[in-house]
Design a protein around this ligand. Structure first.
Ligand code: SF4
Ligand code: SF4
Length: 140
C-alpha cells in the first residue's frame, strides 16, 4: 500500500482526509519570519505583498488572517494554497506535543481530525510519531 495513501501502523494511525477542518478557526496560525520567503515564493508574490494579503504582524511573528466565517485566508477551493510552504504548526498537526503527551488531548484530537483512525490507541499514535516523524526525540 502506498505510503501517501495510508500512514499505517499495522493498518492504523493517520491518513489525512483533506477535509480542511483544521483550516477553520480564528487565529493561532503563525509564520516565523524566516519561513515567509518560501511561502511568498510558492504563490509568486514578494514577501511584503504576501504579508499585506495574508498576514498581520504580531510580535516577532506573522499571524495568518482569517475570513469573517473563520476560514484561514490561505485556504483555497482545493485546499491549502501554500501546501509545500505552510506554517510549521500546520505541518505538525495533529502531532502536537500536548497530543503526544496526554491521552485526553489525543481523544479530543480524534474528534477534531477525521484523519486519525478512531480505533488507534494513544500508544500507537506515539509509536508512529516516534518511528516515522521524529526518530530522535521523545516528548515525555
Ligand atoms: S496555512 Fe494552509 S494548512 Fe495552515 S490553516 Fe491555512 S490553509 Fe490550512
Ligand atoms: S482535520 Fe485532519 S484529516 Fe482533516 S485536513 Fe486536517 S489533518 Fe487532514
Amino acid at each position: 500500500m502506498a505510503k501517501q495513501d495510508r500512514h499505517s501502523d499495522q493498518g492504523r494511525v493517520f491518513t489525512c482526509q483533506r477535509c480542511s477542518q483544521c483550516c477553520h478557526g480564528q487565529g493561532g496560525i503563525y509564520y516565523e519570519p524566516q519561513d515567509l520567503p518560501a511561502a511568498s515564493a510558492s504563490l509568486g508574490l514578494a514577501v511584503q505583498e504576501f504579508i499585506a494579503r495574508f498576514c498581520a504582524p504580531e510580535g516577532s511573528r506573522y499571524s495568518v488572517l482569517t475570513t469573517a466565517d473563520g476560514k484561514c485566508r490561505l485556504l483555497g477551493p482545493d485546499g491549502c494554497l501554500v501546501h509545500e510552504a505552510k506554517p510549521e504548526i500546520c505541518r505538525r498537526w495533529p502531532f502536537f506535543d500536548n497530543i503526544l503527551e496526554r491521552a485526553s488531548a489525543f481523544e479530543e484530537a480524534k474528534l477534531a481530525c477525521p484523519g486519525i483512525d478512531p480505533d488507534c490507541s494513544h500508544a500507537e499514535f506515539r509509536a508512529y510519531w516516534q518511528r516515522e516523524i521524529n526518530k530522535e526525540s521523545d516528548p515525555s
